[in-house]
Ligand binder design. Structure first.
Ligand code: SF4
Length: 432
């Protein structure tokens, strides 16, 4: 934390908080400023007693895309920062943790819950923090279309679900012989599907699907892209499933708004100034084609941090992450800029375009969650079980019955295990 630099997070209106969290939000909003030297003593008053009480049985976790200083808050209290896959496997790697408190989006907390042991409980600091890409591929919208395609293609069709899906969609992948994937192994999972001569429905990110297809050697004329949902939770219509007959790969039409602000011209502009351009594969294909490299969040971080001093990078991904990377790389004399902050006046500048929904996990949510846990009154809505769906606007939760949850979890875990096996086998064979 740097004294004198305000937290990178806007205040939320009071009526956005659950009733139980309002007292903490009122205190936070009444603080004179957002400087670390003001916020930290206030936060310490709630977080430290919880840490003292729970000891190592409490595990704090946050995603890289949380506002720059927020990840440092979690790290300052001994928590873990990672991408969605690292967070998902964290529970399995931390059997001593009984209570896992996560500050990121809901599907990530659910993925932790999917892999958690029976003695572990997972809480999200704000259950209304959703991923907009995941919201464009909710079960209600996907199931009818998947049903049409499965009726038409039978066992020939498998579903591959990106980590940015609910457990229910991951379970659909498992049920159809498919797998989950991350941004670092989507191409390996697609190549595995090809070796089985299977037609794939890839959910939800059309851009990651296109970029992974290029790496797996799938021709663009063998790809069909389904219509983009008109909004979060919206269904889509197919005139006829025959539109997919020539396709080896059928892409769900969702995308991440944070990763689609980039244009090839941004990459060309930075390169003219001697920068190496790195992008996340959720960016459109045309942008990835112009880049010097692509990679998952962890891979982008490692590539930059291992570069020699004096290197210069323009990085195309989520703004909070780039801001943190810029700060940390700067300490090693490595320059980092956000790709969309291209030094050309004719180009759209959207520097710092961050994941707004993830940032709904703010300091009052962290303080409140830990204090409520300490006092033995954590709100049930914040406890995440596999299969939970929470409305990002109303906060209303749809929870499966125990029997449904057990069946869904088994299929989702199968899909995740297939991904792990595919990736490990590929690495043993020397593929990356
Ligand atoms: S950056 Fe985009 S894909 Fe990632 S969590 Fe946020 S909305 Fe979802």
């Amino acid at each position: 934390m740097r004294p004198g630099v305000a937290l990178c997070q806007s205040d939320l209106p009071l009526d956005w908080y659950q009733d139980e969290f309002r007292p903490y939000a009122e205190e936070y909003l009444a603080l004179p400023d957002r400087m670390p030297e003001t916020v930290m003593p206030w936060l310490d008053g709630y977080v430290r007693p919880a840490i003292d009480m729970f000891g190592p049985s409490l595990l704090l976790a946050a995603h890289y895309y949380m506002g720059g200083e927020i990840v440092k808050l979690v790290e300052r209290y001994g928590g873990h920062i990672g991408d969605s896959y690292a967070l998902a496997t964290m529970a399995a790697r931390s059997p001593h943790a009984r209570i896992i408190v996560q500050s990121a989006v809901h599907f990530m907390a659910e993925a932790i819950a999917l892999l958690a042991k029976p003695h572990q409980r997972v809480y999200i600091t704000n259950p209304k923090a959703g991923c907009t890409m995941e919201m464009m591929a909710r079960e209600d919208a996907v199931e009818p279309i998947a049903g049409l395609l499965l009726d038409r293609y039978g066992d020939e069709l498998m579903i591959i679900a990106y980590m940015n899906t609910s457990g229910r969609i991951k379970a659909l992948a498992g049920r159809t012989g498919g797998a989950t994937c991350t941004s670092s192994n989507a191409h390996l999972v697609l190549a595995w599907a090809r070796r089985r001569s299977r037609r794939v429905l890839f959910i939800p990110d059309r851009h990651l699907g296109e970029n992974a297809a290029a790496r797996a050697g799938i021709d663009t004329d063998r790809i069909a892209t389904l219509p983009t949902p008109s909004g979060y939770g919206a269904s889509i219509e197919l005139e006829t499933p025959a539109c997919c007959d020539d396709a080896e790969l059928i892409l769900w039409g969702a995308y991440c708004g944070v990763h689609t602000v980039f244009e090839p011209a941004h990459a060309h502009a930075w390169r003219e100034f001697g920068y190496t351009v790195l992008v996340h594969p959720e960016c459109p294909r045309a942008v990835v084609e112009c880049a010097d490299g692509q990679g998952s969040t962890n891979q982008l971080w490692d590539t930059v941090m291992r570069a020699p001093a004096g290197s210069r990078f323009a990085v195309g991904t989520e703004g909070h992450f780039v801001r943190t990377l810029k700060e940390q790389a700067g300490l090693r004399d490595i320059t980092v800029e956000h790709l969309a902050a291209a030094p050309r006046p004719d180009l759209l500048r959207v520097a710092g375009c961050g994941c707004a929904t993830m940032s709904r996990n703010d300091p009052p949510h962290l303080a409140g969650m830990l204090d409520l846990l300490r006092s033995g009154t954590p709100p049930d809505l914040n406890c995440v079980l596999p299969g939970d769906i929470v409305s990002e606007t109303t906060g209303v939760r749809d929870r499966l019955t125990e029997l449904e949850r057990a069946e869904m979890s088994a299929h989702a875990r199968t899909a995740m295990q297939r991904m792990i096996d595919i990736t490990e086998n590929a690495h043993q064979d020397g593929h990356s």
